[in-house]
Design a binder for this molecule. Structure first.
Ligand code: HEM
Length: 401
């Protein structure tokens, strides 16, 4: 494929900050005009319709996840710890089934009290001032605190671990490929977890997340580098995505006062607002795969070795699947979306993310239902995959007493 772009087709640059502000009109144009689109300047295919994305998730023999598939060219060489998300069956199946029982809604239910207490602890100090940053003062702490509790990362280390995860994710405008800061963030996480795993080797007999991982190494199911890779994956996969989802829900409800009123009147609809935001504005946008054997999709010939970006949020908005796909409507929620992927690699943390988002939103709606987003203070986090805000200041009448 040549580098010169065909200007008659809609273009997309996932590394451009301006694109992250509102990628949806562009996704739609591509979906309608050139649904299997070759992003010439960056050398990957973008799948944008429900059926193509769904089929690719199903067919791991053609669309493989092995060997760290990432859109960014140097990721594969720069991140040396293998992680089970980047493996295919049978190994993936063997490792994933170790974690699945710990991540069901039933297994996670006892965490609800912790999430609620921690949310209140973070919110209360701001109530008298009439101002809080819903992302920087609140949502950015919760996911890391929760996953740290599950893996045993002590409170004194959590800011550092979150900082390294942030370093890994952050992208400068038009940055294509990982920067030294991204790689340093990853390597700092790796050295931390090397020491952490050594220090906890004796814990491999319990039932929790850490014990399961360490036991898998002891029994030869996972190699040592895979153990470190799994700890890094858990620290990053659930952190930025859930933080950004919480911000996106708060933003969409503020943008649609009628729908905010619905959740104020009937808080049990908050779960519907979570689901509808996941569908329409989920924090994970494009998931990478590598073509394992030549295949034709919608008349385009893809060759073994080509990279594909599965644009899950475009698929969720496809009108062949969801007639009012571009409209935020919590009265028509569906769980039949691909915000958490689909099939073999579908998100292991989906129940946890839903629980965290629901509880945090319940506390926001209970304590400051009248929050007003200060648009001039909004800041976006920039990454070709994760979409959401890094700052979302809101104001409300100060609470007294
Ligand atoms: C809103 C929050 C989240 C979103 C939008 C999200 C999205 C996704 C998506 C799209 C995938 C599929 C990747 C693929 O097919 O290659 C995935 C996989 C995964 N996610 Fe999440 N995620 C979220 C939260 C979490 C949380 C809280 C955790 C863990 C604590 C987590 C852990 C994982 C893991 C371990 C995988 C890999 C599963 C596998 O390969 O079998 N995620 N996530």
């Amino acid at each position: 494929m040549g580098k010169s772009a065909d200007m008659t087709k809609p273009q997309l640059d996932p590394y451009e900050h301006a694109f992250h502000l509102d990628p949806y009109p562009r996704y739609r144009a591509i979906r309608e005009e050139d649904p299997v689109h070759f992003v010439q300047d960056h050398g990957f295919w973008l799948f944008t319709t429900w059926d193509d994305v769904r089929n690719a998730f199903r067919d791991f023999r053609t669309f493989s996840n092995a060997n760290l598939v990432a859109l960014e060219a140097n990721a594969e060489a720069s991140l040396p710890y293998p992680s089970f998300i980047n493996t295919d069956p049978p190994h993936h199946t063997e490792v994933r089934r170790l974690f699945s029982p710990l991540m069901t809604p039933e297994a996670l239910a006892p965490l609800e009290a912790f999430i609620r207490d921690r949310t209140r602890q973070l919110m209360v100090p701001h109530l008298a001032s009439g101002r809080i940053d819903l992302v920087a003062d609140l949502a950015c702490f919760l996911p890391m605190d929760v996953i740290s509790n599950m893996t045993g990362i002590p409170p004194k280390d959590r800011d550092r671990v979150r900082g390294w995860a942030d370093d890994l994710i952050l992208r400068e405008d038009k940055q294509e490929g990982l920067s030294q800061r991204n790689i340093d963030g990853y390597m700092n996480l790796a050295s931390y977890f090397e020491e952490f795993a050594t220090g906890h080797a004796a814990n491999s007999t319990g039932e929790g997340l850490l014990a399961v991982i360490l036991k898998a190494e002891r029994e030869g199911v996972m190699t040592h580098p895979e153990v470190i890779g799994a700890l890094i994956l858990l620290a990053i996969a659930g952190n930025e995505t859930t933080t950004k989802l919480i911000g996106n829900i708060a933003y969409r409800l503020w943008e649609h006062p009628d729908q905010r009123q619905l959740v104020i009147d009937e808080p049990k609809r908050i779960a519907d607002a979570v689901e509808e935001t996941l569908r329409l504005d989920g924090s994970s946008q494009i998931i990478a795969r590598r073509v394992a054997k030549d295949v034709e999709v919608q008349g385009k010939m893809l060759h073994a070795g080509d990279k594909v970006g599965l644009c899950i949020i475009s698929a969720n908005r496809d009108k062949s699947r969801c007639p009012a796909g571009e409209i935020f409507d919590i009265t028509k929620p569906t769980r039949d979306h691909m915000a958490f992927g689909f099939g073999l690699h579908s998100c292991l943390g989906a129940a946890l993310a839903r629980l965290e988002a629901r509880v945090v939103l319940e506390e926001i709606i209970k304590n400051i239902p009248d929050y007003n987003v200060e648009v001039s203070g909004l800041e976006m986090a920039h990454n070709p995959n994760v979409r959401g805000y890094s700052r979302m200041p809101v104001t409300f009448p100060p609470r007294t007493g």
